[in-house]
Design a protein around this ligand. Structure first.
Ligand code: CMC
Length: 429
């Protein structure tokens, strides 16, 4: 008997099964043979939220949640945040290796030369109400893009895929900036391909035809690092949606619209916006203990705390906490930082949070930085979307090119009514 197997004994029948184990994983399909009667469907696994289910094999991102480790293609997040740039990290995620000088120059050129939007899309922004949530605009703008680039549906063609990657990474900051400018009733600024990625984005948000204008390099650098920290996080909710929609061979714009919709939720990328609401509501470090008591009573959750995978400090939160002070050096202090630091200190000394291994996550400090940079809270998840875009695209390419991948189609345990006859309306009580 091979050592790399599990022996399963079905106590209902006394039958014994040998199931192969690879990478500490068994194939759910191998359980199907376990059944009492031959006409039964067979054994399945039940795993709400895919808590313990690997949906794919991946070579992109490694996380050790207990040790607080995050690596993209093997490179520690700390090194990438310190030494790399967002576009270089995007290249690494999508192609698997760091680029050469020439490859990086070509990559940056291609992305920065796909930043302009079709004018039809520019008109789309005028259809939104003045107070439309920018994530709603972002999601629908992504779906709109699929109507403009029809060849994108040829998802099996590597050249077509690459073209859409240039377009998506190039155009997303323009979409995000136009969402913002529409919200504040200002004219759109068209992209400037001579600038860096984050620099051009800040320029499109801010520029008001001043004769002397430049983007603050500290803020551009901080944003670039924040994008790196958000660039991928393996099979989280939005990435799973990206893969799931992509597995039906929908075009990448439609898949990204779905991924962005998942990210919008407050338990996922919407948490950074929720953190600012929470810190503002607490208002003063003195009120932290009473707020934490209400969390412990189960009235609500501490936003920006806890993670499905990290059961130790989120390594991204550590880096972000440091960047916060670089940004405050330019923008002035954000008074909410005192509340956040006190909240973190208090929670990490409390058994409720310690025993459940609840630590600050990426969203805990990112909102404070974005607010200091004068982003309105409802733009925060849009910033997360810009950062996460290369991760979604890398995962999408990996899924499409993986011969083992199939259309996503989970099973269910049906517990509803057995067959029954339709009752006409007049006979119902
Ligand atoms: N505040 C208070 N209690 C919490 C929190 C929290 N933030 N998170 C989890 N718990 C408790 C939860 O009530 C449960 O307690 P009990 O065992 O007594 O019922 C226990 O911890 C386990 O919680 P869970 O819901 O089973 O954990 P999960 O892995 O399903 O949830 C999470 C992960 C991120 C959804 C959750 O921690 C949460 O809602 N956090 C707040 C929202 C947030 O900050 N989200 C951003 C996540 S990081 C970036 C991203 O993914 O986009």
């Amino acid at each position: 008997m091979s050592k790399d197997t599990f022996t399963i004994i079905d106590n209902r029948t006394g039958k014994q099964y040998e199931i192969p184990v690879e990478h500490s994983t068994i194939k759910a399909r191998d359980l199907r043979q376990i059944k009492v009667n031959p006409d039964e469907f067979g054994t399945m696994t039940y795993d709400p939220g895919y808590d313990n289910t690997a949906s794919c094999k991946s070579t992109i991102t490694y996380i050790d949640g207990d040790k607080g480790i995050l690596r993209y293609r093997g490179y520690p997040i700390e090194q990438l945040a310190e030494k790399s740039s967002f576009l270089e990290v995007a290249y690494l995620l999508i192609f698997g290796e760091l680029p050469t000088k020439q490859q990086l120059a070509d990559w940056e050129y291609q992305i920065m030369h796909h930043t302009f939007l079709h004018e039809n899309m520019t008109q789309l922004f005028h259809a939104y109400r003045y107070d439309a949530h920018p994530m709603g605009m972002m999601i629908s703008a992504l779906a709109f893009m699929s109507t403009l680039h029809k060849e994108a549906s040829l998802v099996e063609d590597a050249d077509v895929r690459l073209k859409q990657i240039y377009r998506i990474l190039g155009k997303l900051p323009t979409v995000a900036a136009f969402c913002y400018r529409h919200r504040i009733g200002r004219p759109f600024n068209y992209p400037n391909a001579d600038m860096g990625y984050a620099e051009n984005f800040l320029y499109m948000l801010d520029y008001m035809h001043q004769s002397r204008y430049s983007v603050n390099p500290v803020l551009a650098k901080a944003l670039d690092v924040l994008f790196i920290l958000h660039a991928d996080h393996e099979q989280n909710a939005s990435t799973s949606v990206m893969r799931s929609i992509g597995s039906a061979y929908a075009d990448p714009y439609s898949a990204m619209a779905g991924a962005a919709a998942a990210l919008f939720g407050p338990r996922h990328g919407g948490a950074n916006e929720a953190v600012i609401k929470m810190l503002t509501e607490i208002g003063d470090a003195k009120r932290v203990p009473s707020y934490v008591e209400r969390v412990k009573k189960g009235e609500f959750r501490l936003m920006g705390f806890g993670h499905r995978v990290y059961k130790n400090y989120d390594p991204r939160a550590k880096i972000i906490k440091k960047i916060a002070y670089d940004v405050f050096g330019v923008t002035g202090m954000n008074p909410l930082i005192d509340v956040a630091v006190e909240l973190e200190r208090h929670a990490l000394e409390d058994d409720y949070f310690v025993s459940r291994k609840l630590y600050p996550n990426v969203d805990f400090y990112s909102g404070i930085i974005y607010q200091a940079m004068r982003f309105p809270p409802d733009m925060f998840t849009v910033l997360f979307t810009l950062g996460r875009a290369p991760g979604w695209l890398a995962q999408w390419v990996e899924m499409i090119t993986d011969p083992e991948q199939k259309i996503a189609r989970p099973r269910q345990i049906y517990l509803g009514a057995d067959e029954r006859d339709y009752v006409p309306l007049e006979q119902r009580g």
